[in-house]
Structure formats: structure tokens, C-alpha cells
Design a protein around this ligand. Structure first.
Ligand SMILES: [Zn+2]
Length: 458
């Protein structure tokens, strides 16, 4: 039951519902041929807007404004064009919906998530765009989310649960959660601006509505020539847990992954075997990575800032495997430096629900620095730290020896040496960084660190 859940579980559940209640569009740079369509049935809409629906709509519009005003919407022309292309390719051409204007945008948030607002705004986080493998998986997410909008699920959910919502103190519940960085910003904004939409995401839609979005999504994918089994593949990806986050436990209202895979496979039947040439193209990983690489790098910074070092190492390694250039090597080095004394992967034991609950409690009470200090007091922590700083140093060096070396690797080495108390080495690296990066925005900050080190060396 919701009111009995501890605050953290509420917030965790809320994050998770967002992931699955929304689907996001992505667009590839390659040009797609027009989708082959069977004669579509005429689109008739029976939905009539009432006062309570208009209230929800107003909240959705306000949310769009706030996301933009607070700098959460990614300003990246090619990525936005890509999202728009994939999203639009899924929408039936003759469909016109009252009070819906389709918008496809990326949110600067390292937590994998996607959601649809009833006004037609589809958001996909940079964390989700980084996690998936190809355009078809983006299409799967978007097709699901688009269905929530097309079938007016948010309004219907609000109508049937409104009484319950009105008695809940969502503000207090979510306000007690102390979010950090951009991850927290999204949730805080949704809660303040759109409590009804927020509550809907805490509860999630009903199983029936989720199922409808999955199945209708499959049909939309096939029509737009996206391989439908990527819907299942993307669900498996979203089920992965790098950070030991205690979210699944409270995800009660939604069909489980196994259940979804089962009904999707049944629904697909023989259609799963019909793979067209265009479908093959749409699930090419290289084409997708090429389009999304700048976003992935940006997301790595957000991921590290949010203390999600294990995810950062995983994603940076994928980038290096895709294309081993100076910048990608630099990001892998940064990720290992951020990992510090932490273990690279969580153990089976750490991934149990009770261990995740304990970890969530600790996260609220401890800063990242305190966590590192505690870990460094253990043998395993010391060993990890040594391994990861060596790995980071080696990767920074490789970044500097690669073609077109990025000067920022000198800054990374400086910070690593500073932490290792190798003051003169740190000074040399910071000086090289400042010399090679005359226009860097963090020059002042690095200069101050440099001056402080020189002072200590006197
Ligand atoms: Zn959904």
C-alpha cells in the first residue's frame, strides 16, 4: 500500500514507473523509406475533455515550460531532429488528436527514463538514450509512450484515481527525499508543477493500460519497419541494475518483465520472423552510436556528477569499444577515477532486495566523500582504489598518445596526482592543461588549484 511505504521507496517507485510508463523516440541520421502501411482504419476519437482533464493538461504544459527554463532540455539540434524523425515515423499519418502537439525531446538526466505527457510531449533521458543499442529500441520506447498519449491514458487514469490522489500528501512525501543534481531536479519539478501527473507515475498505469501500450506499440513498430522483438530487448536492458537501486520491489502495478515477454511473444507470433532489409538497417548499432556519441559523452559527465560511477565505466567502455579515440579514452579514464575505492560490479549479495534497502538508507546519510573514506578504511577498498587509479592513469596516457589528443586528459591526470599527493606531477599536468586550453571554461578553477598546490610546495 502506498501510504505505508517509506519515503525512499516512494521516490524509488516513482523513478521506476517513469521508466516504464513512458517510451521515447530517437531518430537515426540515415534516411528511412516511407513506412509500408495497410489501409489504416479511419481514426475516430470519442474522448471528450472535461474540467479535470483540462487541469491535467494545464499541468503538462507547465511542466514543459519548467523543464526548459531549468535547463533540463538538451539543446542538441541533431539529436532532437533524430528523436523527431523516429517519433513521427511511428504516428499514423492521418491521426489528429484534440489538444495534442507532438514534441520529442531529450532530458539531461543520467537515470534511464522516458515518459509521455498527455499534451504530446515525449521525453527521453540522456541516460536511456545512452543505455540502448539502436534506433529500433528507441522506436519501441516511443511507440509505447505514444500509445499512452493516443489512447488518453493519463486522463483516464486521473479520472479513475482522482479521489485517492486528492487525499495523498505527495509534496511531503517527495519533498522529504533529498535529491542531488539533475536526477533530483526532474522529480522535484514534476512534483511541484504537476502533482496529479506525478501521482499517476508513482502508481503507474494499470496493467491493462500498460499491456495495451506494449501491444499497440508492437503494431506501430512493424508498420514503421522496426524489428518488433527490439521491444523485448529494450525491456531486458532496462531491467539491468548497475547501481543497486531498490526500485523493482515497489513496482507492483506493472506487468513483470517475464509476463511482458510472454504476452509480447504470443502477440507477435509468426510476425517475428518477417524481418525486412529496412528493419535490419534500423537495428544497426554503429549508425545509432554515430548519431548519439556526443550525447553519450555529455551523459557521462552527468553520470559521474550523480555518483553513478559503475554505470559510467560501463557506458564509457562501450564508447571506447565503438570508437577508440582520445576523447572516449579520456571519458573511460574519468569513469575509473570516479569509481575510486568502489567495486567495479555489485555482488549477487549486494543486489538482493534487503542489501539494496540498506544501501539506499546509507546513501541518504552519507556523502560520496564519506563513502570513499569508509571504503578506503577496508582492504578491499584500498585494493580497488589502487587498481582503478592505475587504470585511470594508463587511460589518460593513452588518450594523450592518441591522434588529436584532448588536453583535458592533462586536467584528469592533475586531479589524479593531486589525490595521490604527487604534488609536483599534479602541478606539471595542470600547467600543461592551462597552456593547451586557452578558452576552457574551468580555467579559473584549475588556476586556483594550481596556485594552492604551488603554495604547499614552497
Ligand atoms: Zn507505460
Amino acid at each position: 500500500m502506498f501510504p505505508r511505504k517509506p519515503i525512499n521507496s516512494i521516490v524509488a517507485a516513482l523513478c521506476f514507473c517513469l521508466v516504464f510508463t513512458s517510451f521515447s523516440p530517437f531518430a537515426l541520421a540515415q534516411k528511412k523509406t516511407a513506412p509500408v502501411e495497410a489501409t489504416p482504419p479511419p481514426v475516430r476519437e470519442a474522448f471528450k475533455f472535461g474540467e479535470v482533464d483540462l487541469e491535467v493538461l494545464e499541468q503538462a504544459d507547465l511542466l514543459d515550460v519548467r523543464f526548459e527554463r531549468d535547463g533540463l532540455v538538451l539543446a542538441d539540434g541533431p539529436v532532437n531532429a533524430f528523436l523527431r524523425r523516429v517519433g513521427q515515423s511511428l504516428i499514423p499519418r492521418d491521426l489528429e488528436l484534440e489538444r495534442v502537439t507532438w514534441k520529442f525531446r531529450a532530458l539531461r538526466d543520467p537515470q534511464p527514463n522516458a515518459f509521455a505527457l498527455p499534451n504530446g510531449s515525449i521525453y527521453v533521458t540522456t541516460g536511456l538514450l545512452t543505455l540502448i543499442d539502436n534506433e529500433s529500441q528507441l522506436a519501441a520506447i516511443m511507440a509505447h509512450e505514444l500509445t499512452h498519449v493516443m489512447r488518453r491514458h493519463t486522463y483516464m487514469h486521473n479520472r479513475s484515481n482522482r479521489k485517492k490522489f486528492l487525499t495523498m500528501n505527495v509534496m511531503a512525501a517527495v519533498g522529504a527525499y533529498a535529491p542531488g543534481g539533475v536526477v533530483g531536479a526532474v522529480i522535484t519539478i514534476v512534483t511541484t508543477v504537476a502533482p496529479f501527473i506525478m501521482i499517476a507515475t508513482i502508481y503507474g498505469y494499470s496493467r491493462d493500460l500498460e499491456r495495451e501500450a506494449d501491444l499497440k506499440g508492437i503494431d506501430m513498430m512493424i508498420t514503421a519497419e522496426y524489428a518488433p522483438e527490439e521491444m523485448v530487448n529494450v525491456m531486458k536492458l532496462l531491467d539491468r541494475d548497475f547501481e543497486g537501486e531498490n526500485v523493482r520491489l515497489f513496482y507492483n502495478d506493472h506487468p513483470s518483465l517475464d509476463e511482458r515477454i510472454k504476452y509480447l511473444s504470443n502477440y507477435l507470433g509468426a510476425r517475428a520472423d518477417k524481418v525486412t532489409h529496412q528493419m535490419e538497417l534500423n537495428r544497426e548499432r554503429a549508425a545509432y552510436f554515430k548519431t548519439i556519441q556526443p550525447l553519450m559523452r555529455h551523459n557521462l559527465q552527468l553520470t559521474i556528477n550523480a555518483g553513478r560511477a559503475r554505470s559510467a565505466v560501463f557506458h564509457a567502455q562501450r564508447l571506447v569499444d565503438f570508437h577508440e579515440d582520445s576523447e572516449n579514452l579520456f571519458w573511460l579514464a574519468e569513469s575509473y577515477r570516479a569509481l575510486g575505492p568502489r567495486s567495479p560490479q555489485l555482488t549477487e549479495k549486494e543486489l538482493t532486495n534487503s542489501a539494496k534497502k540498506d544501501a539506499a538508507k546509507k546513501r541518504v546519510k552519507r556523502t560520496a566523500e564519506e563513502e570513499e573514506r569508509d571504503l578506503l578504511a577496508t582492504d578491499a577498498g584500498k585494493e580497488n582504489w589502487q587498481k582503478h587509479q592505475q587504470k585511470a592513469e594508463e587511460l589518460y596516457r593513452r588518450a594523450l598518445n592518441a591522434e588529436n589528443p584532448t588536453p583535458v586528459a592533462h586536467r584528469g591526470l592533475g586531479m589524479l596526482y593531486e589525490k595521490l599527493d604527487r604534488k609536483s606531477d599534479a602541478v606539471a599536468e595542470y600547467e600543461k592543461y592551462l597552456e593547451l586550453s586557452p578558452t576552457a571554461t574551468d580555467r579559473e578553477r584549475i588556476q586556483r588549484r594550481l596556485d594552492a598546490l604551488k603554495e604547499k610546495l614552497k
